[in-house]
Design a protein around this ligand. Structure first.
Ligand code: NAD
Length: 439
């Protein structure tokens, strides 16, 4: 069993630290957020993730997990801190912000001893392990690949299924040298049931970005198809469902834009690494980033006959059934509608606090009461299962729905007396079947 220090106790670090602890490793969970450290010590989990509460409890009760604000000596260190984007009006494109990775590495450097293993789990631009982490760790005279081991191993888990996927997903470990990769593989092997494949660190970093860029480009294609469908007067959901019957086609779904900490962010890491070779990646970002304005335009058209309209905006999270608002396009839609002078009630079925003090409605019936239109921005189960005859929709002033996720039964809502508008619906309601939800 290994003594492991996990730096960063968020969506990735906390489940990993708890998992290692329940497998019998001695784990020190470290976070610079003191409020979070106190809450975790009281056993309070700040993330809505099925099973995480129980896993943390059993990790803590086993005595194998301790949570604190500074790292201590260990045999292995895992860095799972944020890797956001730096945006500046003077910059053409957003750039990777590696300040948290640097700070976490700086905190480990003085503790590092011969034989230790350091793993970077944060999604990072190609070359980060070799060119950013390695030089900081080598300052004290130890050499990576000789005195200590250094590897990159990105997470691929899906929020909402983190605890399952942590165990079952295949993983790629990229070592600074082959022994580093083997050491990292052995450590994850204590609970990972998927295949663990080894490569070099820069390839592993690039692979993680390729996976998310593939999805961003695919969603951009779906969004472009939805614009074309609107132009042609056909229903994009029906068309995509039919196209996906081709054995080698898997088009994702159009929507109000792409959010979350990964798919909306990671493409810029690749653009930054190879600015002249990434036209398609930039274009996909531009297509997806333009979706919130498209949604705002559609809402404006739907309420164009109403003076000072009130809009119920449903779903602030970036995807269904999670409470994560990071980079969520819903927030842009709300902002744009407010800039147009509308009263917008922002509701989320799971998140109860918006960013920067943004107030979220917690009562769906109250959010819909007297509204001139509801716009569904996230396909939370609560909204998918909403009944057009229930108290909330019945209390609206105008019976109008804008469904940006193609997630409600259009015919049912129409029979409930609602006008239903969708992105790329082309005025028809010829959905033959649901497009499988793959986002
Ligand atoms: N959330 C996901 O679904 C997901 C999936 C795959 C990969 N990733 C990647 O994993 C990394 C972590 O993401 P996350 O979602 O867990 O972020 P998060 O914001 O939920 O958690 C990160 C935690 O790190 C802490 N932190 C910041 N600097 C620190 C430091 N110097 N020392 C110790 N703790 C520090 C923060 O206080 C925070 O609690 C990112 O690179 C992300 O892109 C995330």
């Amino acid at each position: 069993m290994t003594k492991i220090c996990v730096l960063g106790l968020g969506y990735i670090g906390l489940p990993s630290a708890s998992m290692f602890a329940t497998q019998g490793h001695e784990v020190i969970g470290v976070d610079v957020n003191l409020v979070l450290v106190s809450a975790l010590r009281r056993g309070e989990v700040h993330i809505q993730e099925p099973g995480l509460n129980m896993l943390l409890q059993s990790a803590t009760q086993s005595g194998n997990l301790r949570v604190q604000s500074t790292p201590e000596r260990a045999e292995a260190y895992i860095i799972a801190v944020p890797t956001p984007l730096e945006r500046h009006p003077a910059m053409d494109t957003p750039r990777p912000d590696l300040r948290h990775v640097r700070a976490a590495t700086e905190a480990i450097a003085p503790l590092l001893e011969a034989g230790n293993l350091v793993i970077l789990e944060s999604t990072s631009p190609p070359g980060t392990t070799a060119n950013v982490v390695r030089p900081i760790l080598e300052r004290n005279g130890l050499h990576a690949g000789h005195d200590f081991w250094l590897a990159f191993c990105a997470e691929r888990v899906l929020p909402g299924r983190i605890l399952i996927e942590l165990v079952t997903n295949d993983r790629i470990v990229g070592g600074i040298d082959p022994i580093s990769a083997q050491r990292a593989r052995d450590l994850y092997g204590s609970f990972v049931e998927g295949e663990i494949m080894m490569t070099d660190a820069t390839t592993a970093e690039t692979v993680k970005l390729m996976e998310n860029i593939y999805r961003d480009v695919n969603i951009a294609l779906a969004n472009e198809f939805s614009r074309v469908a609107g132009h042609l007067g056909i229903d994009v959901s029906a068309a995509i469902a039919l196209a996906n019957h081709h054995p080698r086609v898997n088009i994702l779904r159009p929507g109000p834009g792409v959010g979350g900490h990964c798919i909306a962010v990671d493409p810029w890491f690749m653009v930054d690494a190879a600015p002249n070779e990434t036209n398609l990646i930039r274009t996909a970002r531009a297509v997806n980033d333009a979706q919130p304005a498209r949604v705002a335009d559609l809402v404006s058209a739907v309420v164009s006959d109403v003076d000072h309209p009130t809009i119920a905006a449903l779903g602030m999270a970036y995807k269904a059934d999670v409470d994560d608002l990071r980079e969520s396009p819903s927030l842009d839609v709300v902002r744009m509608l407010r800039e147009r002078g509308y009263t917008v009630r922002a509701h989320d079925a799971l998140a109860h606090r918006g960013p920067d003090g943004m107030v979220l409605e917690t009562d769906l019936t109250a959010a819909l009461s007297g509204a001139d239109a509801m716009v569904i921005l996230t396909d939370h189960t609560t909204y998918r299962e909403l009944d057009p005859w229930s108290a909330g929709p019945s209390g609206m002033t105008h019976r109008r729905v804008v469904d940006t996720r193609a997630c409600i039964d259009r015919a049912r809502w129409q029979s409930g007396g609602f006008e239903v508008h969708a992105l790329g619906a082309g005025g028809r309601s010829s959905v033959v079947e649901e497009v499988p939800h793959r986002i």
